[in-house]
Unconditional design. Structure first.
Length: 539
């Protein structure tokens, strides 16, 4: 029946296009565009739609003398699968595409539907490639450089060549991490669509040896996400359940002790739909990263408190890290590691000088001298060094502060013994720390934004091996001297500071972490705001 309908629709459209009125189609398309532009001034994509039609003299894009072109059906199928990409089909005029394929009653409607279908193509292509909202709308700290092809240009080329489906298929982030995230999204969405998982009621902690109906619900809950395979469905907490709980705890960033206490219970009872949303939000962030992360690169994931050294798509090593406090978050940025600095001196950022160093000097005169902090008169190369005791710190206002502070290398230097320089507009670096006890904390948001790396000497040794004249013991030799020494890398290495609250390991383990900075919430609000704006424009 559908084949007969397709044939009939093609004949009907072909007959209509063969009429003398067909010569008026470009004018009708242009008029339809003018109407949409008049009512959608806030949507910056409509001017791009008009430019596309201008380039083709306003000839319809989706129909020809044979009827609807195959690309229209390819677009329809892609929009219907938008959820698999973490996108919302209701953001796109899917009904207009369907109406175009079904066959409109007159040429004016045909022109309007053709224009709406082109908008759907460009809207979907842009969302697939760049994301639904610019990173800056969610948080000014996001500054990952996007190096992706122009989605509008690609979509237009796909329309002209008739390869709409293939073109759209090439626009999703192709990195294995994004591919695994899409698969997890599909799995968790299936769970949510069938009603989610059972809620485990609150009560006393559950552990090996405990009996009761809550244990039976716990088993059902763990089976839903594959943490527990099999089981006897009885109401006793067995060793198999203990192992499953530990697995669940590990992939949610909890201490894997096998005990279902308040924190584990709260993580178990997060609704499946919320987990679906978290996966979709993190897939959105993949669209903000460069298409090519680099052959050899470093990725720092703040919510996981880890640094990963990658080479040719494989993991070389991971290191625990300390990241920025909630009020001083580690920014999200893609930059490049350019040099290793041994025994670094600390050029104290102005913000830290005003917020912490100067107040400490005001509280206890002589603090700067005791800590080895030097004071320069200004930020120029001709600056004079001042005696800290000669400055009226109490009378100095923040707005008048134009001096430069720096600290000597040494055991009290917050940068420790090594700094990995990653030039970026936030002045965020990777470095050592003398306060190693903090690495034992499960949540490690303690810095002023820079990333402190456990085992940074091992990391520096690995990086230095790129230099043929820099043997492994040279790192220790450089550290043995008190002087600051710079070792420039022959090839800058990409470094990506990211914010994944949900990701999938290469072995398929789905990981979740708390939204410490509240950036998931910010992103969700921005997406909802865009949806409301699109709805208003469509009226």
């Amino acid at each position: 029946m559908s084949a007969l309908r397709t044939i009939a629709t093609g004949w009907w459209l072909g007959a209509m296009l063969a009429q003398p009125a067909t010569a008026q189609m470009p004018a009708r398309v242009e008029a339809a565009l003018d109407r949409r532009l008049a009512g959608a001034s806030a949507d910056s994509l409509w001017p791009a739609v008009r430019r596309l039609y201008e380039a083709r003299a306003f000839k319809p894009g989706w129909i020809d003398s044979g009827g609807v072109v195959p690309g229209a059906r390819e677009l329809q199928r892609a929009l219907e699968r938008a959820r698999a990409e973490g996108l919302d089909p209701s953001d796109y005029p899917v009904s207009a595409v369907g109406a175009l394929i079904a066959g409109p009653p007159d040429s004016d409607s045909l022109a309007a539907l053709d224009v709406s279908t082109t908008y759907a193509l460009l809207r979907y292509a842009t969302d697939l490639t760049l994301g639904r909202v610019p990173p800056g709308l969610t948080d000014t700290m996001w500054s990952a450089s996007v190096r992706r092809p122009d989605p509008v240009r690609l979509a237009a080329a796909g329309l002209e060549t008739g390869r709409v489906g293939k073109t759209l298929g090439s626009m999703s982030p192709a990195h294995p991490g994004a591919t695994r995230l899409r698969a997890a999204l599909e799995t968790y969405r299936r769970i949510a669509d069938r009603g989610g998982w059972p809620v485990v009621p609150t009560g006393y902690s559950l552990a090996v040896g405990v009996h009761g109906p809550r244990v039976r619900l716990l088993q059902r809950r763990l089976r839903e996400t594959g943490d527990l395979v099999g089981g006897d469905s009885l109401d006793r907490f067995s060793q198999a359940i203990d192992s499953a709980v530990r697995r669940f705890q590990s992939r949610h960033g909890l201490a894997p002790d096998g005990i279902v206490g308040p924190l584990t219970l709260a993580a178990l009872n997060v609704p499946a739909q919320q987990r679906v949303q978290e996966l979709a939000l993190n897939l959105e962030r993949w669209r903000w990263l460069p298409s090519d992360l680099g052959r050899r690169y470093i990725m720092v994931n703040a919510p996981a408190y880890t640094l990963a050294l990658m080479d040719t798509g494989g993991l070389v090593a991971t290191y625990p890290v300390i990241v920025g406090r909630k009020d001083w978050p580690t920014p999200i940025v893609s930059a490049a590691l350019t040099e290793i600095v041994f025994n670094p001196r600390w050029n104290i950022p102005r913000s830290i000088a005003l917020a912490e160093v100067i107040p400490a000097e005001r509280r206890a005169s002589g603090y700067m001298a005791r800590e080895g902090i030097h004071v320069l008169s200004d930020t120029t190369d001709q600056a004079r060094e001042l005696d800290p005791d000669s400055v009226d710190w109490r009378g100095l206002t923040d707005s008048a502060f134009g001096m430069r502070l720096w600290m000597d290398p040494g055991p009290g230097n917050p940068l420790g013994r090594i700094r990995l320089a990653v030039p970026n507009r936030f002045n965020v670096a990777l470095h050592d720390t003398p306060d190693t006890a903090l690495f034992a904390e499960p949540a490690r948001t303690f810095s002023h934004g820079c990333v402190r790396v456990a085992g940074v000497i091992n990391l520096a040794t690995t990086l230095a091996q790129e230099l043929a004249d820099w043997p492994g013991d040279s790192v220790q030799a450089a550290l043995a001297t008190p002087e600051e020494r710079h070792l420039r890398l022959p090839r800058p290495m990409p470094v990506h500071f990211v914010y994944w609250t949900a990701w999938v390991d290469p072995d398929g383990t789905v990981q979740f972490r708390p939204d410490e900075y509240g950036w998931d919430e910010e992103l969700e609000r921005a997406i909802q705001s865009r949806a409301r704006q699109q709805e208003a424009n469509a009226r």
